[in-house]
Design a binder for this molecule. Structure first.
Ligand code: BGC
Length: 690
């Protein structure tokens, strides 16, 4: 049975009735309509002039935001101004209880309260989990004399006020909302809600906005990338930054990044590998103290991952490919083979590794990270099989990141990731020394098992053809048909054609990058020739039917000094949902893809990589841009990178506790707090005519 992250009740309902006619955009006459999202405030605005059948014109304005200062609070402001009449206006503000999740009603009402000057609804989900939740709305209206009347039935709980409006006057409604669920770590939910209602009664929309902006603008500022000389790139990259920020659950670890954030239902709110590989890095490198929640989310479900491994008869932890709020594999009707996408297990470990690399947080590693890494390595020791013929370990019957090729052997992304996780785990055990003992003890790690880790690392097959320099995506990949080729990175037609003829797994056409992820995200060390050959080959065969493809191709394009590629794919990434380029934007934005834009600029164009020892930068600038500027933080030390065609400038924040270790184009430096260093690019010799 399909599981969902549940949509709670709809609190947006505000209605204005002008002389008996309700303002609906599809009735009467729309004189003007403007709707915009202000990225500098996170506030959604709408301004409308509407005329009813009597020719009475009203200017409406609506704005709303989800508070960054308090995760439970949402605020709305609506106003009406009669432009050419004086007359009777009725304003209604309520909670609509008929919300569906993916077309089904899966909540029910426990109680409603509309008699105390606020609206309060208590409900629960009807699924087997029966999660309780509460919603409250506090309305305040500028027309103090207007009396609120309350009304409640099974569909709505609302308040309504009627008043005589005068031409040219503006009447303003503040609607302040609070939501809590039984999953939130707030103590007693009812007590919590009543204290929030009291708080909302004492504040206006504008007060809440000021509190929201103090947090929102700090966080948006940290994630912001300024691109000078290309206004379009500047604004679409900022838009994708906004979506990256709002997909993070900042203040608790109940849930993690879902593939569409909270913007749509298509992926049911589940957490995929997108979380660790695409959505986490930008936030880890700008606000690690908040991004940590996403790593803790995985730790909190370690027991469930152990349970899933045990159900397979294996040791260790087997994390789900699509996770919800139960920690177990969720059933997703549209995924053909979620159980086979085991790379997701290593991706969870890569989340731990990335967190530690970005923060150097030994406490986290000792208290939580190590235990996860040990359990994941243990799982791989059981999952990998000895291949007697080739005298090596292989990992068989998996689906890599490219979903067109299910049930393959020795998938490159899977095998290389497992080796990376094993190597890092052994390195960290060594690094932590005695501090790793509690985690090893908790995980019950035995010396023989450590030897198994070494053995698997040493003998695991890492697909690579010495002669051609190619990494086969899986055993037998190069033997598949080369006939059904696609236009690189753009077409979805190939997939449909192949699906219809049952050929998609008989062709070399891939849905999304697999081998190239290793270059973009795991900094695979090879020669330029090997990198370029693999890029040329796989990019040409990738039909990019997953939006996660574009940022990978953009990063590779930068690494290989191909600015047209880097730029084209960056724009594809950042504009995807603004242009509805993949279809389905109405069902939610592609949050993983959005997050990829930050990486395409910082990891790609600026060539920024983090190691446990410092930050390295090796830029490949886009020649037709003027400059870029962004912020990042490594081991608690913030810094600003500015880049143009000739220079790269790095400024360490004043408040850094020590010098920031840097490596710019191979040149090492240590930046004292507050210090700026400028590095010139090595310029090619000027051509001369002889
Ligand atoms: C992609 C997966 C991705 C999922 C959620 C699928 O179409 O192939 O790699 O995890 O969407 O974004």
């Amino acid at each position: 049975k399909q599981e969902f992250i549940v949509d709670l009740i709809d609190f947006l309902m505000i209605r204005f009735e002008i002389d008996g006619e309700t303002f609906y955009p599809w009735e009467g006459k729309l004189i003007s309509w403007k709707r915009w999202l202000d990225l500098s405030t996170g506030v959604l605005h709408r301004e409308v002039v509407w005329e009813n059948s009597k020719g009475e014109r009203t200017a409406f304005s609506f704005e709303r935001f989800a508070s960054f200062a308090d995760d439970h609070i949402y605020a709305m402001k609506a106003s009406a101004k009669p432009l050419n009449y004086s007359g009777r206006i009725t304003v209604t503000s309520g909670l609509d209880l008929r919300t569906k999740t993916n077309g089904q009603i899966i909540t029910e009402t426990v109680s409603v309260d509309a008699e105390n000057g606020y609206l309060l609804h208590e409900g629960r989900t009807t699924s087997k989990y029966r999660f309780p939740f509460m919603t409250a709305a506090v309305n305040s209206f500028s027309e103090a004399d207007a009396e609120w009347e309350a009304e409640a039935d099974s569909d709505f709980v609302l308040q309504r006020a009627a008043f005589d409006a005068r031409e040219g006057e503006t009447y303003i409604l503040d609607k302040k909302i609070c939501i809590s669920t039984g999953r939130d770590p707030v103590g007693d939910m009812k007590e919590f809600m009543h204290s929030e209602i009291a708080l909302l009664q004492g504040k206006s929309y504008d007060d809440l906005l000021v509190e929201h902006l103090a947090v929102y603008q700090d966080l948006m500022g940290r994630l912001d990338i300024q691109i000078c000389g290309d206004d379009e790139a500047d604004s679409v990259v900022r838009f994708s930054g906004y979506h990256t920020l709002i997909s993070l659950e900042r203040n608790d670890a109940v849930h993690s990044f879902s593939a569409k954030g909270l913007t749509g239902e298509t992926y049911c709110g589940f957490v995929w590998w997108d979380a660790e590989i695409f959505q986490l890095p930008p936030l880890l490198k700008t606000m690690p103290e908040l991004a940590r929640q996403a790593v803790m989310y995985r730790y909190n479900y370690l027991d469930q991952a152990r349970q899933m491994a045990a159900e397979e008869g294996r040791r260790g932890a087997r994390y789900p490919f699509t996770a919800g709020v139960t920690g177990l594999e969720t059933v997703w009707k549209d995924v053909r083979h979620p159980f086979m996408q085991v790379h997701g297990i290593s991706d969870v470990a890569l989340g731990v590794i990335q967190y530690y690399t970005a923060t150097g947080d030994d406490d986290f590693l000792a208290d939580y990270g190590m235990e996860m890494l040990i359990e994941i390595c243990r799982y791989w020791c059981d999952r990998a099989e000895w291949d007697e013929e080739n005298k090596r370990y292989g990992i068989f019957q998996v689906t890599g990141t490219d979903e067109h090729h299910p049930y393959v052997d020795n998938n490159a992304y899977t095998n290389y990731s497992v080796a990376h996780v094993l190597r890092k785990t052994l390195e960290y055990l060594d690094l932590l020394g005695e501090r790793a003992l509690p985690a090893s003890k908790k995980a019950g790690l035995r010396v023989e098992e450590l030897n198994e880790f070494f053995d698997l690392l040493e003998k695991l097959y890492l697909p690579f053809d010495e002669e051609t320099g190619m990494i086969p995506q899986f055993d037998g990949y190069f033997g598949l048909s080369r006939e059904l080729e696609v236009v690189a990175g753009t077409s979805k037609g190939g997939y449909t054609q192949m699906k219809q003829s049952g050929l998609y797994n008989k062709s070399q056409v891939i849905k999304q990058p697999d081998v190239l992820n290793l270059f973009a995200f795991q900094d695979l060390e090879t020669s330029d020739r090997v990198y370029r050959r693999n890029f040329d080959y796989y990019e040409a065969r990738c039909e990019a039917a997953s939006s996660l493809s574009y940022c990978v191709h953009s990063i590779c394009g930068s690494d290989l000094d191909m600015p047209e590629h880097a730029y084209g794919y960056l724009m594809h990434t950042a504009e995807l949902d603004l242009k509805d380029a993949h279809g389905g934007t109405k069902d939610g934005v592609h949050s993983g893809c959005m997050a990829g834009a930050w990486m395409a600029v910082t990891r790609g164009i600026a060539g920024m990589k983090f190691t446990e020892k410092g930050v390295s930068l090796s830029p490949h600038f886009i020649p037709w841009w003027k400059s870029i500027k962004f912020y990042s933080v490594w081991h608690g030390m913030g810094f600003i990178v500015e880049l143009d065609n000739k220079y790269i400038k790095v400024t360490a924040c004043e408040c850094n506790p020590e010098a920031l270790p840097l490596m710019v184009n191979g040149r090492a430096a240590a930046l004292a707090p507050g210090e700026t260093a400028e590095f010139a690019f090595s310029t090619e010799a000027r051509p001369t005519i002889v």
